[in-house]
Design a protein around this ligand. Structure first.
Ligand SMILES: [Zn+2]
Length: 481
């Protein structure tokens, strides 16, 4: 077969739970992802390598887990001995391009290394004090939203709704959003349409429609005029105000999230249509996945970069390959998303999942020899403080999840505590604390060998029933975040 084109699409923050393969009651309509699954393979037990963007993307681009590649912040680079997917494909003669709405990919030299073309269109995200690449209109909007009086009034909503409304009306023209959600997909489509047919290409696209903040204003229950007020302010900013967080329900946020997933799926459809209309579509590999999921109160967690619940660890993974002739197959094995790196390399003999690597593609729940990990970091401030789901410190301390056979294990590296699922984790039950110290020691050594050294001291002789208070700073430092 001719050298394949390689397309990797990351639908940032999209979790399995709200898709057709998940167990959530609220399902997003994703006709384009579903279509790719019908024409290829869907992995319904795919695990994100990390619980947030940067380490997880670095895993996809290198095939390594975060504790192996060490890219745990935008400031950290890769070792020169570790080539990225784009660098390897460039050496094979590929034309390469990165299209991203995610600022981390635009900023991190480890993530955008090797891409000949880099296009970034960046919306303001959750907690950003000032939007990246802000133009003057956005800056004015930011200054107004951050002014003491506006923040104070917001903190007092809904009782302060009237004066806030008056103030916002006065400044309405300054609050226009400049971000055009279709800008990046238009550029990506144009790039695909202008490829030379005689040269293979690799395209990485990241869409952030499902990333917080969400257009939750229209979803709010009650509060006279409150929806209209909040809709006028940048959502990323509004959601950092404690007064607003107290009145926003997890259900309202999740409805906004599902709308975001559907928006991301529409972009996926535009891209796939462009690919299918261009020369070489019959030799184009398309991999669609996510870097991590999202949490809306599951075990007290909000958003991502905190906890390793199934809500944040389990993500979609769909592969449409010119080499796959068994379309519509669903693979039920635990599969790390880091593997897409190998699948995307034609010289590894696996334009993916090739027969040699996946001999029993139809075998359900085939137990893998190695555990599949999601390496987490503790929660950060923006993921707490929602009154609709009181935070549980225990879950926010859990750092490494291991999926193996019908078990899910969780290790808190800072204390050496271990949790194990008491029922089949395939049914989405989260693990319970393993109280036996001896069993915990065994689990650390056998289930989490790369992390044993840093956690065994903590296991030795420590009482397990009174975990220390959460200290995110200390834990983050210990993890190099
Ligand atoms: Zn992300």
């Amino acid at each position: 077969m001719e050298t394949p084109n390689v397309v990797l699409v990351v639908l940032d923050c999209v979790r399995l739970k709200n898709l057709r393969w998940g167990d959530g009651p609220l399902k997003a309509r994703t006709p384009n992802l579903d279509r790719l699954a019908r024409e290829g393979i869907a992995f319904d037990h795919a695990i994100a390598p990390a619980n947030w963007t940067v380490p997880s993307h670095a895993s996809m681009l290198t095939g390594l887990y975060p504790h192996e590649h060490g890219v745990t912040s935008t400031r950290r680079g890769l070792s020169p001995s570790v080539p990225t997917l784009a660098q390897e494909l460039t050496r094979l003669g590929y034309d390469t391009a990165l299209f991203t709405e995610q600022s981390h990919l635009a900023r991190s030299s480890a993530l955008n290394a090797g891409y000949a073309t880099v296009r970034a269109t960046l919306p303001p995200l959750a907690s950003a004090p000032s939007p990246v690449g802000a133009n003057s209109a956005e800056s004015a909007s930011t200054r107004f939203a951050h002014s003491k009086v506006v923040r104070r009034l917001l903190d007092l909503v809904p009782v302060a709704g009237l004066p806030l409304a008056a103030l916002i009306q006065l400044h309405r023209s300054r609050l226009k959003r400049q971000f055009s959600p279709d800008s990046l997909i238009r550029q990506a489509v144009e790039w695909v349409r202008t490829r030379r047919p005689d040269r293979p290409y690799h395209l990485l696209a990241n869409f952030v429609d499902a990333h917080e903040p969400y257009a939750f204003g229209p979803m709010l229950d009650g509060g006279v005029g409150l929806r209209e007020l909040i809709a006028l302010l940048p959502a990323w900013y509004v959601l950092t105000v404690p007064g607003v967080r107290r009145i926003v329900s997890a259900a309202a946020l999740e409805r906004g999230y599902v709308a975001g997933i559907e928006a991301a799926d529409r972009k996926l459809g535009q891209l796939v249509d462009a690919i299918d209309d261009s020369p070489g579509s019959d030799r184009t590999l398309i991999v669609v996945t996510s870097d991590h999921g999202q949490q809306f109160g599951e075990w007290g967690n909000f958003y991502h970069a905190g906890g390793v619940t199934d809500a944040v660890a389990r993500v979609p993974l769909v592969v449409r390959s010119p080499r796959i002739d068994r379309s519509g197959v669903i693979d039920h094995r635990w599969t790390s998303v880091r593997q897409v790196h190998n699948w995307c390399l034609p010289n590894r003999g696996a334009t993916v999942p090739a027969e040699t690597e996946w001999p029993e593609l139809n075998a359900p729940q085939l137990e893998r020899a190695d555990p599949v990990w999601c390496e987490g970091s503790p929660a950060w401030e923006v993921s707490s403080g929602f009154a609709s789901a009181p935070r549980e410190e225990l879950w926010n301390r859990r750092l490494i999840a291991s999926y193996l056979g019908d078990q899910k294990w969780v290790l808190d590296v800072a204390t050496g505590r271990v949790w194990r699922s008491t029922e089949r984790s395939l049914s989405w039950n989260e693990p319970a604390l393993l109280c036996d110290v001896g069993a915990a020691r065994w689990a650390v050594q056998s289930i989490f060998p790369p992390f044993a050294e840093s956690s065994m001291d903590a296991v030795a002789g420590e009482a397990i029933d009174h975990p220390p208070a959460l200290n995110p700073g200390q834990t983050l430092t210990s993890w190099g975040y």
